[in-house]
Structure formats: structure tokens, C-alpha cells
Design a protein around this ligand. Structure first.
Ligand code: HEC
Length: 660
């Protein structure tokens, strides 16, 4: 996946890490005394996290995590290979050190008040004070204007036909409230209720209108968008489901936040995790699996690679696994040995980053897969795959890019021995496929790739009907997080992020980040005819001011306002909402692409409902906006992979007509 591109990996990195491993032996010998968290961090972690390399979160982004979560990540999560040989006490010492000391150096958080509120003694490693609602929560009721799942409908169209907001009212949208949280996911809305997970383990149900907290369940290690479902499996009649980083799925009563069930881990490989939203259809829950193995492979001693993307079908009532299907069919086998004697293996990869799309009529569920991690050949990566809902059997699989073999940090002159040769372009699918019904009644399956290409396929067979290029493509998109479709058109946001950096570097007389550039950067929003792929309009992302207040340590060009249009768009009748990494949130005329409304989420700071003062906004990225009951919700300050405009903390912004 693109955010995994290793362009920031310093050449010094490999050397530092080798030293880290050597000095670890001494660290272990001394650990009978009190382990020194700082020393352990400096030898085992700093090389990747301070300053942050590749996709690794910056040190100050680790500081907002609950210590227990850091220990978990080191013990049974994506960092287990990096923490190999550390004792429980040593892991705890690192977690204590990270979360207690204020960050220093290039990653220091520049917003003093927000930083104080996260690290001050009164507020343990967290953001703000939760504003609990003063009245008893009303029962959850559908309103007819809900956004209950990441794609809203089973076809993942992200189309809200009844937004409670007209096109004429859109220019009057104003901020109603803001709520600060470290790395919140795209929210869902059901009636008066709003639901969101976030990086500090707090799963929130808010009053969708007022923003106060109805319930908060802690220790939920998830950043997936919670789907809200009316179902008798829940005491209240409403349930919600999240996928956790530790590879389990949990079902909660949406009315109370109480757990209903927790699945067994769906994958043993500690580098695997769930990033795509688990999706319910009938009595089943479909869970996609992705991984951080492209990052784990940044360690030269890592036996790259063994993860493979899978989809699991679970019984909605119990969380029992009915079937699990790997999208790579070839058996895992040893390949070459590195000069240092590390046995490499493959094929691997094909992570499923996004929510599956359900086609109950055909009995199929569609997933879009990411790149391959090794040069062992496979057909399962960079593919659209249709699986039978009942059995998990693969009905068809259509690979669009062959040999896209990629792990992080392999593009530099100083390549590691566990890098694939040659290194592929990292053209994952990061976005859910969209099932679209044409006026003729025929259906077409639409998918967008980080190459900047959109594909229209026959949902029954996977046959390619058309393809169209809306951008030049790059390792961070191209089409990164998603597309949207109303009844007439397909709306495609294109990022071309790496190419934007390349242009800025070229202006400074420097070379491109990732070898030969794929073409000019063409960030923007386009509308296509779903039947033919014909381009109807394109609105380039405007060059506009931004005020990034946060971590710029990972940006190849610090301070540059990056107008990559990476987040998934959302559509209501006549209007498309779409944000950019420079923090602008805009509404477009769906017929013409004309910009109807624009607001810079970085032009101001926010005094949030949870008592954080002067919280800055940042990039708009990820799964974009939800529109329900006359309100528009979007996260600003995405702290993920894009390496620009992330500020360590997201702020959930709620807009309404005139801010009422
Ligand atoms: C070789 C590079 C490398 C080293 C060494 C490394 N990390 Fe990481 N770390 C990463 C990358 C890359 C990610 C992102 C993985 C992902 O999300 O898939 C990450 C993610 C994390 C996360 C998860 C953050 C979250 O939001 O869940 C934590 C916590 C973390 N690292 C802590 C550590 C600690 C503590 C150490 C030292 C024991 C360490 N890391 C060593 C590269 C590294």
C-alpha cells in the first residue's frame, strides 16, 4: 500500500538499526536491574520512529497511545518482530518512557495547550475530558437520513439520497462543533447517534447533533468505521462491529457500548491487522485482513514475507468463523537466502485494506487487494476478487497489475537484501469496489487503483468492460481511499501525492523520491460515466494556502501545502463532498464539478467540546465525510501515512446550515 512507500528512509537507517541490534545484547544483560526505557527506545526503536521513517508513526504520535496498547503492539502486534528478545519489563519500560516524557526534537508537538492536555498529570495519555450527555440517551431509531456503514449501501456507493440538506443550502454550511481525538476513523450516524473509533482505544457514541458523549468504551484497539446494524443479536436491537489491530472482531450493543461477543483472532501472523471495515449482510459478517509487513520488512533481518490477505465470513450471532479464504492461492514456500543467512519466503501480500462490497443477489462479496511483497509470482495481488458469500470460494479473481512486488524502504541506493528485485510501483487497491446499476438494469463493478486508473468490470465474471485513467498514479495514490457514485455518475478523487512532492523537489533542484516519475501530478476530482468510463468533468485540486500546525518531520518538503485529493468522496443529490491533504474541505456541483463551497480546516484552531483549547486542523484523508440528518461530519488532521499535515491528533468537525 502506498503509504508504505519508503521514500523517507534515510541511508543512515540501516547502519543505525544494525547498531541497535548489536547493543540489544547488552541491554538484555542489564535488564535484571530496572530496565531503562529511554535507552531501549534509543537502541531498538528510534531509528524508525524519531524522526519517523517510511510509514512509521512519529515518536510524538506514539506518545498519545495508552501504555498498555504499546505493550500489546510490541507483544502480539505489528511491532512484535521489532521487539523480539525484549522481556515484558523492557516493553513496559519503553511504553512508560514514551508516554510519560514530553516529546523533544523534530517531532515535538507545536501546539502547547493540546500537548499539555495530552501529557499533563491530570489527563493520562489522552485528549481532553469527555463531555458526557446530561440526559438519558434516547433509543436508537433510523431516521431515513442515516449513514450506517462506510459505503452507506451494500454496493459501497457512499451516496446519501436523503441528506436533510439541499444543494442550495450547501454554501451556508458552518462549523457547529469540534471534538478532538487522536486518530479518529470516519464516523457513522444512525438517527441521533454518531459512532467513531480512534487510536487511543476509545470507541465513542456521541449525540450526533450536540456532540456530547452517550457512551465511551475503552480498550477498543480499532480504527475501523463502525457499521451500525438493526439485529436481534443485540439486547437493544442495534449492534455495531469493529475490527481490531490485534486481528479480532468485536460486536457491541450500539445503544450501550456493551460487548456482545469477541471473535477468536482471525490471523496468527502478528504483523497482520484489520484496517477495512467489517461489513454485515444477512446473518453474516465479512472481515478483510491487511498487514504492516511491508514495514516489518524494513528490518534487514526480517524473513520477508509470509502475510497474505484474506476475507473471513463470520456468523453474525456468535462471531464464529464460517470460512476464511486467502486471496493468494499459491502455497507459501522458502525462496532465497540473504548473504546474512535470512531465509526469505513467498508469495505474500495482497492485503485487503478496504471494506468488502456485498452483492446479495449474486451471492457474492467483492474485495480489492494490495500489492505483492516478494518476487515469488502470484495472481492474488492488485486484483479484484469475487467470493461466494456462503462458502468463501473464489468465483473469479482479476489481477490488473502483475509483479507489483513492494516493501518499504527499497528504493534507496542502499538496498536491503530482503527487497524484491525489481521493486514494483506499489499500485494497491486501497478503495472498496462499487457495485453500480446502470439505467439499462445491467450492473458494473467499479474500482479505482493507486495507479490512477479506474476499472469497470462485469460483476458476474470479472471481465474488463472499460478502464480510464484519471491521474498519473503514485505509491500514495492515484486513487487512494475511495470513490463515490450517485444514480448517474462515478466520482473519483485522485491524489498523485508522490508526484506533487517530486515537483516541489525539482523546483529545489533535487531528484524525485521514487525513481522515474510516472508523469505530471494531476490531483483533483473527476466524474465518469459508469457505463463507459467516459470522462464527464475534472476539477483540478486548487492551489490554496494551508496552515499545518503539526508534525512535519516526515514531509520530504516541510511546509509544502499538498493538494493531493486522497480521501474518499461522499455524495448527496447534486453535490459531492471531497477533501484534500492541505486541509481544505469542499463541495462540488455533481453535474459540472464547479466548487460550491470550500472551507480550510487549517485556517483556524478549535476549542473542542472535550475541552482541548486551540486544537489545530490538518489533512483531510482516509474515508472522508458522512452526511446525515442535515449535518456533515469530517475528520481533519489525519495522522496516517501521507506524511504531511498530520498533527498527532484528529479533530472531528460537524457542520450544519448556518452552524445551527
Ligand atoms: C524497522 C523500523 C521500525 C522499528 C525498528 C520499530 N518500528 Fe514501530 N513501526 C514501524 C512501522 C513501519 C510502523 C507502522 C506499521 C503499520 O501500521 O502497519 C510502526 C508502528 C508502531 C506502533 C503502532 C502505532 C499505532 O498507531 O498503533 C507502535 C506502538 C510502535 N511502532 C512502537 C515501536 C517500538 C516501541 C519500537 C521499539 C521496540 C519500534 N516500534 C521499532 C517501524 C519500526
Amino acid at each position: 500500500m502506498g503509504w508504505r512507500s519508503g521514500f523517507a528512509a534515510a541511508t543512515a537507517f540501516v547502519v543505525v538499526l544494525a547498531a541497535a541490534v548489536a547493543s540489544h545484547a547488552q541491554g538484555a544483560a542489564q535488564s535484571a536491574a530496572a530496565p531503562n526505557g529511554e535507552a531501549l527506545f534509543n537502541t531498538r526503536c528510534k531509528a524508525c520512529h524519531d524522526p519517523a521513517q517510511g510509514r512509521a508513526p512519529a515518536r510524538n504520535a506514539l506518545a498519545v497511545l495508552p501504555p498498555g496498547q504499546i505493550v500489546e503492539v510490541l507483544t502480539s502486534g505489528v511491532m512484535a518482530p521489532m521487539a523480539a528478545g525484549l522481556s515484558a519489563d523492557e516493553k513496559q519500560a519503553i511504553a512508560t518512557y514514551l508516554t510519560a516524557a514530553p516529546a523533544a526534537g523534530p517531532d515535538a508537538h507545536p501546539a502547547p495547550v493540546a500537548a499539555a492536555s495530552r501529557r499533563g498529570p491530570a489527563l493520562p495519555a489522552n485528549v481532553g475530558v469527555d463531555p458526557l450527555c446530561q440526559t438519558a440517551p434516547p433509543p436508537i431509531r433510523e431516521s431515513g437520513s442515516d449513514w450506517g456503514s462506510v459505503g452507506l449501501d451494500a454496493g459501497s456507493r457512499r451516496f446519501q439520497p436523503h441528506p436533510g440538506l439541499t444543494k442550495a443550502e450547501v454554501p451556508r454550511l458552518k462549523l457547529k462543533w469540534a471534538f478532538s481525538m487522536p486518530g479518529g476513523a470516519m464516523p457513522t450516524v444512525m438517527g441521533d447517534w454518531l459512532f467513531t473509533t480512534n487510536r487511543n482505544g476509545k470507541f465513542y457514541a456521541l449525540d450526533a447533533k450536540a456532540g456530547c458523549v452517550r457512551w465511551v468504551t475503552e480498550g477498543v484497539g480499532s480504527r475501523t468505521t463502525p457499521m451500525i446494524v438493526k439485529t436481534p443479536i443485540s439486547p437493544s436491537g442495534w449492534a455495531t462491529f469493529v475490527g481490531e489491530r490485534n486481528r479480532t472482531v468485536r460486536a457491541f450493543d450500539a445503544q450501550t457500548g456493551k460487548e456482545i461477543w469477541r471473535s477468536a483472532p482471525l490471523e496468527a501472523n502478528p504483523v497482520a491487522g484489520i484496517t477495512g471495515t467489517p461489513v454485515v449482510s444477512g446473518g453474516q459478517l465479512f472481515v478483510p485482513m491487511s498487514s504492516g509487513e511491508e514495514g516489518a520488512a524494513m528490518q534487514a533481518s526480517y524473513p520477508c514475507c509470509s502475510f497474505r490477505g484474506s476475507l473471513s465470513g463470520l456468523d453474525l450471532k456468535t462471531g464464529q468463523v464460517q470460512w476464511k479464504t486467502y486471496v493468494i492461492a499459491e502455497p507459501l514456500h522458502p525462496t532465497t537466502k540473504t548473504p546474512a543467512g535470512v531465509q526469505l519466503q513467498g508469495p505474500a501480500g495482497a492485503a485487503i485494506w478496504s471494506a468488502p462490497t456485498v452483492d446479495a443477489k449474486r451471492g457474492l462479496v467483492y474485495v480489492a487487494t494490495g500489492d505483492s511483497y516478494t518476487d515469488a509470482p502470484t495472481k492474488g495481488d492488485d486484483a479484484i476478487v469475487a467470493l461466494e458469500m456462503a462458502t468463501g470460494k473464489i468465483r473469479w479473481s482479476h489481477q490488473v497489475t502483475e509483479r507489483d512486488n513492494f516493501v518499504m524502504g527499497c528504493n534507496e541506493a542502499q538496498r536491503r537484501a530482503n527487497c524484491p528485485t525489481p521493486v514494483g510501483p506499489d499500485y494497491d487497491f486501497g478503495a472498496s469496489p462499487i457495485l453500480f446499476r446502470l439505467p439499462s438494469g445491467k450492473e458494473v463493478l467499479l474500482s479505482g487503483q493507486k495507479s490512477g486508473t479506474v476499472y469497470g468490470m462485469d460483476p458476474a465474471s470479472g471481465r474488463l468492460i472499460w478502464s480510464a485513467k484519471v491521474g498519473s498514479g503514485s505509491a500514495l495514490g492515484g486513487i487512494e481511499w475511495g470513490m463515490a457514485a450517485d444514480d448517474k455518475r462515478l466520482y473519483v478523487a485522485n491524489a498523485d501525492l508522490v508526484l506533487l512532492f517530486d515537483e516541489a523537489l525539482k523546483a529545489q533542484g533535487k531528484g524525485p523520491l521514487e525513481g522515474e516519475p510516472a508523469g505530471p501530478a494531476r490531483p483533483g476530482l473527476s466524474a465518469l460515466d459508469p457505463a463507459t468510463g467516459k470522462l464527464l468533468w475534472t476539477t483540478p485540486a486548487p492551489e490554496a494556502a494551508c496552515h499545518y500546525a503539526g508534525d512535519q518531520s516526515r514531509s520530504p518538503v516541510p511546509g509544502l501545502c499538498i493538494r493531493a485529493q486522497s480521501a474518499a468522496p461522499s455524495v448527496i443529490p447534486g453535490v459531492v463532498f471531497s477533501g484534500t491533504l492541505d486541509g481544505w474541505f469542499r463541495a462540488y456541483d455533481a453535474a459540472t464539478g464547479q466548487i460550491l463551497w470550500a472551507s480550510s480546516t487549517t485556517a483556524q484552531t478549535y476549542d473542542t467540546l472535550n475541552q482541548v483549547k486551540a486544537q489545530p486542523g490538518g489533512s483531510i484523508d482516509g474515508l472522508g465525510a458522512a452526511v446525515a440528518n442535515g449535518m456533515v461530519y469530517v475528520m481533519s488532521g489525519f495522522n496516517g501515512a501521507s506524511r504531511t499535515g498530520g498533527n498527532g491528533v484528529n479533530v472531528l468537525l460537524a457542520y450544519s446550515v448556518d452552524g445551527r
